[in-house]
Design a protein around this ligand. Structure first.
Ligand SMILES: Nc1ncnc2c1ncn2[C@@H]1O[C@H](COP(=O)(O)OP(=O)(O)O)[C@@H](O)[C@H]1O
Ligand SMILES: [Mg+2]
Length: 319
């Protein structure tokens, strides 16, 4: 179980080193090799409730437990990723929204907070993100704000995971423009295929107009029910989509109520029930994601500075 960070508002930036201590009692988690250059992963789908935030929280926690330096950026005004990683919105003095709206006054490094977990930092969201679109409507370079902000800190992290809102508006476009890759979170439900073409079109548009290097690196299947034929059929249908061929992760995340219980307690599932299928699946999925960068040598960049928040509360495989 992670411990709460000590309250501190000194403004002095802490420099957490890569942690060697076991992250989860009862689970032996082997360190994995870091990517050569940091991977900036936007977890996207304009559908709400398909498991984006749950995936961000639990992949981030798993990668951090494997010794990777991880930054989570919460672009959703509901701030579920911020809170799900044990931070209280009461402790957020500056959020990612401030960075996007006024980058001269707020850098990304200013807003990054330590989470209660080793190697895991958070750029918290805020309710104001819901107004970002209208407030930034006339700003020049509004699609580039996140990309520029991340450029200042990216070398300090192995993985930057961006949680996106349930829309394809300016915040999601910022995420796709800033990312080196996108992972699509998709519930194994018949309605999941509706709107998938719109998401793929948006990704294509961003590739054409803003970020030619962006690639779709994976489809994360969530809430999979191994007992139903329909779950399997949906996965098969997604696998057959030309632009997603070979992209659907072998590990699917099964339905598991422990994931919801853990998010209610505002912690990654591996710190709530280390042996449940949710922990097992997200750990396995994270290994798969980490293995995508296996060919790259270890990064040598020092750990990033982050402030302590003033207080914190702290497998399934397809055939
Ligand atoms: N594999 C799963 N099994 C059961 N419930 C899940 C699973 N993944 C997510 N959930 C639950 O589904 C709801 C929506 O998930 P969430 O990650 O918030 O979706 P999104 O961020 O796409 O809106 C949450 O209550 C979450 O706890
Ligand atoms: Mg969400």
């Amino acid at each position: 179980m992670a411990t709460a960070s000590k309250p501190s508002r000194s403004g002095a930036a802490a420099k957490p080193a890569r942690s060697a201590k076991p992250a989860t009692p009862g689970l032996k988690i082997k360190p994995v090799e870091s990517p050569k250059t940091s991977r900036i992963i936007a977890i996207c789908n304009q559908k709400g409730g398909c498991g984006k935030t749950t995936s961000v929280i639990n992949v981030a926690a798993s990668l951090a437990a494997m010794g990777q330096r991880v930054l989570v950026i919460d672009l959703d005004s509901q701030c579920n990723a911020t809170q799900g990683l044990g931070l209280s919105l009461d402790d957020v003095e500056e959020s990612i929204c401030d960075v996007l709206l006024d980058p001269k006054a707020h850098t990304l490094a200013d807003v990054i907070l330590e989470s209660p977990y080793a190697n895991l930092h958070v750029a918290p969201g805020s309710i104001e993100l819901s107004e970002y679109e209208s407030r930034a409507a006339t700003e020049i370079g509004r699609e580039n704000r996140l990309k520029k902000a991340i450029a200042q800190v990216r070398d300090h992290y192995d993985y930057v995971l961006i949680d996106t809102p349930p829309s394809l508006g300016l915040l999601s476009v910022n995420a796709l423009n800033a990312a080196t890759e996108v992972q699509i979170a998709m519930q194994s439900h018949p309605f999941a295929l509706d709107g998938l073409h719109l998401l793929l079109e948006t990704i294509e548009l961003v590739q054409e107009e803003l970020n030619p290097d962006l690639k779709i690196s994976g489809v994360i299947v969530t809430m999979f029910d191994p007992r139903t034929k329909i779950s399997r059929e949906i996965v098969d249908e997604v696998c057959a989509i030309a632009s997603l061929k070979g992209k659907v992760h072998k590990t699917v995340v099964r339905q598991n109520v422990k994931l919801t219980e853990a998010s209610r307690l505002r912690k990654p599932v591996m710190y709530y029930d280390t042996l449940c299928s949710g922990s097992e699946d997200y750990l396995q999925l994270s290994k798969e994601i980490a293995a995508q960068s296996r060919s790259q040598p270890v990064s040598k960049t020092p750990a990033a500075p982050a402030k302590k928040p003033s207080k914190t509360n702290t497998s399934s495989t397809r055939a």
